[in-house]
Design a protein around this ligand. Sequence first.
Ligand code: 8YV
Length: 318
Amino acid sequence: MMFNNSDKPKNHILLTQPVPDAIDEILLRDYHVHRLYQASDSQKMLADIGPQIEGVVTGGAKGLSREMMAALPALKIVAVSGIGTDAVDLAYAAGRGIFVTTTPGVLTDDVADMALGLLISTLRQMSEGEQVVRSGRWPQTNLPLARKVTGVTVGIIGMGRVGQAIARRVSAFDTRILYTDLAAIPTLDYPFVADLHALAQEVDVLILAASADSGNVIITESVLQALGPQGYFINVARGKLVDEKALLAALTEKRIAGAGLDVFASEPHVPEGFFTLNNVTLQPHRASATLQTRLAMGNMVLENLAACFSGALPPHRV
Ligand code: 8YV
C-alpha cells in the first residue's frame, strides 16, 4: 500500500526503534524522520526536536511513557508496531487526545509459531544439544533423554488471537488442550479452567499468551509450584507477567523441568542466572521478527499515520 503525501507539508515523526528498510523508505519520503534510537543523548534530542514531533512509531515492548509524551506537546499519534499497549500510558494519551494505534492480526501466526518452536526446543532440549555440538563436546557428552512432545497436555493462559492460534498448532501433536482466561469463550471446544493454579497442576506445559494490560504478575512461585518438577513454562506474552526471580529459582532448583522464554521483565537485560541453565530456551523477543510480518506491521503503521495526518480516524486505534 503506497502513501504519498508529497503535496503537503511533511509531519515530524520520531522512531524509537528501527523499522524494515522498505517501511523506512516510505517514512523518509512522506515525513521528517527523527531516530531516537540513534541519539547519543536522547534527552537532548527530545529537548531540541520534541516540540516538532507529531507522531511516534514505537514497539509493543518499548511503548511510550507519560514522561516521553509530556515532552512532545504537538504529539497526535503513537503508532505501535505490535499488539501490546501495556508500555503506553493509555490514560495520559486519552487525556491529551493522542491516538494510540496497533497492528492487530498480522503477527498472530508468527507469535504462535514462536510458542511452538519454544515448546519443541525446550522439551527436546535442543538448545543444550546445539551447544554440545557447537562446543565440540559431542564425543564425550551423553545427554539425558528429553521429554516427548506428542501427546502432552497443554494449558494456554489467554485465548485471544494468539492463544487460539497456538491451540490450533499444538493440536497437531495429539495434545490435550485446556485454557484459562478472564471468562470462558463459548465458541471454543477446549475445557475452560477458571483457576490458574488448577490449570498449572493439570498440565505438562503452561503457555502464557495473555495481554499484559493489567500489569499484574500472574506466574507466581505458587503457580510454578503447581506446575511442578515435570512441568514446562513457555512465555510469548510479557516478562512483566512473571515473577522472574521465582522462575529462575524454580528452574535452577529443578522445581520445574524447563522454560522457553521470548520475553523478559527488563528487556534487553536478562538476569545472568538464566545464561548457565541447561533447561531453558532463550530468545531476544523475536516472536514477530520475520521480514514478512514486520513489513505487514509496518504497512499498518503507515496506514495509521496517514489517516491521522489526513484528519481521519486511524483504522487500528485502541
Ligand atoms: C512487537 C510485541 O512486534 O506485538 C507486541 O506487542 O511485543 C512484539 O511482537 C515488538 O515489540 C516490535 O515492535
